[in-house]
Design a protein around this ligand. Structure first.
Ligand code: DGL
Length: 264
């Protein structure tokens, strides 16, 4: 057993979106303690420069390392695609990242057109360009920036006229290209799935990377002998640097968790 195995898993995102990943991790690894960092004061990351995103990721990483985390899950596509290489090279603990699931979509598409909805920061990153170049060249990836979606979610306007209008305009553009897969390339977007389905119907398959990230987290913990041997149901800690109402709303009731506002 690795002595660090009883320490928590650290998870961060620019805001509440990474809780969609936290839920997958908690379902797969219910005995693991977790600490979640919502850097909502600085959301959205998607419109920021690569340098700024890196600076914020370093701040979040150091916070979680000081909290004794044994592994860090970067539960944000924008942060992963802009900063994970640096983080892996500069910190001694394992990192799990999340990238848009274009590979499975490209393997399964029959129309040979897949749509991706993500932030500008993700779509402009060199890591995303590299992943796109590695997929079947016969498949067209139609990119759409989801500008404004993260801000509305962070403001608690998940269901609002403004949200419906934005989603309609972005998804209609993608649907003009005969897509049969829609990749959600931002961890905030799974919270919009009911509304997205209302617009795109049942013929287009929605795909995101949440479950894959949870499985990868489990694999990496196992291979480093870091699975918590204690069979307990832990209390989870969620920290935000702004108002915590939306965070509590997406986490729902009856969970074994504590939410705190902190300055970081
Ligand atoms: N959840 C982040 C992602 O997956 C949101 C990005 C942002 O803050 O703009 O990309």
């Amino acid at each position: 057993m690795n002595l660090a195995s009883k320490q928590p898993i650290g998870i961060f995102d620019s805001g509440i979106g990474g809780t969609s990943i936290w839920k997958e991790i908690n379902q797969l690894l219910p005995n693991e303690k977790t600490i979640y960092l919502s850097d909502s004061k600085n959301a959205p990351y998607g419109q920021k420069s690569e340098e700024k995103i890196l600076e914020l990721c370093i701040k979040n990483t150091e916070f979680l390392i000081h909290k004794n985390c044994k592994i860090i899950v970067v539960a944000c596509n924008t942060a992963t695609t802009n900063a994970i290489t640096y983080l892996r090279e500069n910190y001694a603990i394992p990192f799990i990242g999340i990238e848009p699931a274009i590979k499975p979509a490209s393997i399964n598409t029959t129309t040979k057109n897949i749509g991706i909805l993500a932030t500008k920061g993700t779509l402009n990153s060199s890591l995303f360009a590299k992943s796109s170049n590695n997929i079947d060249q016969e498949v067209d990836i139609i990119e759409q920036v989801g500008e404004g979606l993260v801000e509305l979610i962070e403001n608690g306007q998940l269901v609002s006229n403004e949200m419906t209008q934005l989603l309609n305009s972005y998804l209609q553009k993608l649907m003009q290209h005969n897509i049969d897969y829609l990749v959600l390339g931002c961890t905030h977007y799974p919270y919009l799935i009911p509304q997205i389905k209302d617009i795109i119907g049942n013929d287009i398959t929605i795909i995101d990377s949440g479950q894959a990230v949870a499985k990868q987290t489990k694999r990496v913990l196992e291979s480093n002998y870091l699975i918590n041997p204690e069979k307990l149901v832990p209390t989870h800690f969620f920290y935000s640097n702004t108002n915590t109402d939306v965070l509590k709303f997406v986490l729902g009731e009856n969970k074994n968790y504590k939410v705190e506002k902190l300055n970081f």
